[in-house]
Each structure stands twice: as C-alpha cells, then as structure tokens.
Write a protein that binds this ligand. Structure first.
Ligand SMILES: Cc1cc2nc3c(=O)[nH]c(=O)nc-3n(C[C@H](O)[C@H](O)[C@H](O)COP(=O)(O)OP(=O)(O)OC[C@H]3O[C@@H](n4cnc5c(N)ncnc54)[C@H](O)[C@@H]3O)c2cc1C
Length: 256
C-alpha cells in the first residue's frame, strides 16, 4: 500500500503586486489594475467570481485586510498579466477611503491570491442569471465575460441609483455589442427613471415577482449568482427559491 507522506496543503502566502492603473468608474468608485509578473501568474490564476485580499498597515499600526472580487477574466491574466477590480468608496471606510484618496500607479500592495467559491465550471449550453446591486457587479462582470466568450447565455438584473452611479456600465455595453442577445441586461434605477416602471425603484420581493412574471422567466435559467449586501442577497434568494430555482450561488459583501 502506498503511503503519501507530507501531503500537507501549503497555506496561501502574501505577495507584493504593483498597481499598473487607477481609473475612475463613477464619482464614488475606482477600477484598480494590478500587474502580475510572469512567475506569479499560476499563483494568481483564478475562476471568474473569485476575490483577492489586500493587507495594509494603517499609519497607527493597525493591520487592515479587505477582500475585492476580480472584474477581469483569467484570459486577461494569461494574455496581459493583469488583474482588475472595482472598489466602491464607503464614507469613512478604512480601505476604500485610502484607495480613493491615495492609491496611484506604482504603489505596491500586499495581496493574497484568489480565493472563494462564488464560481462555477462554465458550460456553453447553460443560461446563467444574476441579480446584483452596486459594487456586486464586479465578480459578475468576470463571470459574464467568461461565460459569453464560451458561448453561454447571461441574464443580468443590475440595480443602481442612477446611470451615473453605475459601475462598469461601458464594459457591459461592450459585452452587449459583442455578444448580441446572449447578454440580456436589465438596468434597475432606484433614484431615476428606469426603462419601464418595472425597472424603476427598489427591487422589493413583490417587484422581483413581477419581473419574473413579465420580463425574465426564471425557469429558463440554469444557475444563479447573487452578490451584494446581506439583506438584498437574502431577499432575492427567497423569491428565487419560490420559483423552484435550486442552483443559487451567493456572495455577501457586507452585513449591517
Ligand atoms: C468576498 C468579498 C468580495 C468583495 N468584493 C468587493 C468589490 O469587488 N468591490 C467593493 O467595493 N467591495 C467589495 N467587498 C467589500 C470590501 O471588502 C470592503 O468591506 C469595503 O470596501 C469596505 O471596506 P472599508 O475598509 O472601506 O470600510 P470599513 O472601514 O470596513 O467600514 C466603514 C463603515 O462602512 C460600513 N460598510 C462596510 N462595507 C460597506 C458596504 N459595502 N456598504 C455600505 N457600508 C459598508 C461598515 O459597517 C462601517 O460602518 C467585498 C467583500 C467580500 C467579503
């Protein structure tokens, strides 16, 4: 009988990655790109939907760790050596306020390689559905881009206050232009007029039931991804379960 010795898993370790680009997405959100050197590309390989973690020592010596989902795709990492993420500024937020006020090209961040189970093995014949609010779009951008590239279909309900506060709006328009009706994108506006009354105002359980009755047939969707604050994700999950949906992935960004 073969006995495997030393089969201990190596714990992930921190790596230093330089910031290669900082771009404003909205008045209160940034896109940050990190350059991954050739020798770390395998370490930072990921599945769409996963996140990385930053570690930073504050001026008072306090150590802060925060996670951010990857908006880019594994292909972009392999071809260009880049990881991209979207950070929404939280008033008085420790890391997001630092990122907004200080982060510049050439800064070096301490980063833990990608982790997380908010992902799937993408299959071209499947139809993926997603319901997200605000910065919850970040991992979905990666999942949607990878799924559409592989021939799958994606339906996305994306809630924001207004068009101006919508993160990655232009990237979503590009995906729509490239993939035609395999991307079914419905913007919900909570503080301005949406495309219809159904897509205007907060996505309450009743409104979501109406969306399912009139706009999106949940029976046509094989797998769901919900991302955002605790209340929103759990509320949407309950309504989805009423429709019989069973494959529902959730990622919680924030619990009040
Ligand atoms: C797996 C994972 C992936 C994530 N991915 C992203 C991402 O792609 N983009 C992104 O912007 N964020 C993401 N987050 C949230 C992120 O990790 C931080 O929690 C967020 O940036 C706030 O950190 P901070 O240090 O600025 O604020 P903190 O100093 O932690 O918080 C300051 C105050 O804001 C409140 N607060 C914290 N987070 C939020 C929030 N999201 N909304 C409203 N109030 C809040 C806190 O209760 C506190 O009162 C993710 C979180 C997880 C767990």
């Amino acid at each position: 009988m073969a006995i495997e010795l030393n089969k201990r898993r190596r714990r992930p370790s921190w790596h230093k990655l330089p910031v290669s680009r900082v771009r404003s997405l909205t008045d209160d959100a940034l896109e940050v790109s990190l350059a991954v050197p050739e020798h770390l590309r395998a370490t930072f390989d990921f599945k769409p939907g996963q996140h990385i973690t930053f570690q930073r020592v504050e001026p008072d010596g306090h150590e802060v760790r925060r996670s951010y989902s990857l908006a880019s795709t594994p292909r972009e990492l392999a071809e260009e050596g880049t990881l991209r993420l979207g950070i929404k500024f939280i008033p008085e937020g420790t890391f997001s306020a630092y990122a907004k006020s200080s982060l510049t090209v050439g800064d070096v961040l301490e980063v833990l390689p990608p982790l997380g189970s908010f992902c799937t093995d993408i299959e071209p014949a499947r139809h993926y559905g997603s319901i997200v609010a605000g910065s919850g779009i970040t991992p979905i951008l990666s999942i949607a881009a990878a799924a559409l590239d592989q021939g799958a279909t994606v339906t996305l309900l994306y809630s924001n206050r207004t068009e101006e506060t919508t993160m990655f709006g232009s990237e979503l328009r590009e995906l729509e232009a490239r993939h035609g009706d395999r991307l079914r994108l419905h913007h919900i506006r909570t503080r301005s007029d949406g495309a219809s009354p159904l897509l205007t105002g907060r996505l309450t359980p009743d409104k979501l039931r109406a969306v399912f009755a009139e706009l999106v047939d949940p029976a046509r969707i094989d797998e769901w991804f919900l991302c955002g604050p605790y209340d929103m994700v759990l509320g949407v999950k309950e309504v989805l379960e009423e429709t019989g949906a069973s494959l529902i992935h959730t990622e919680l960004y924030y619990v009040d």
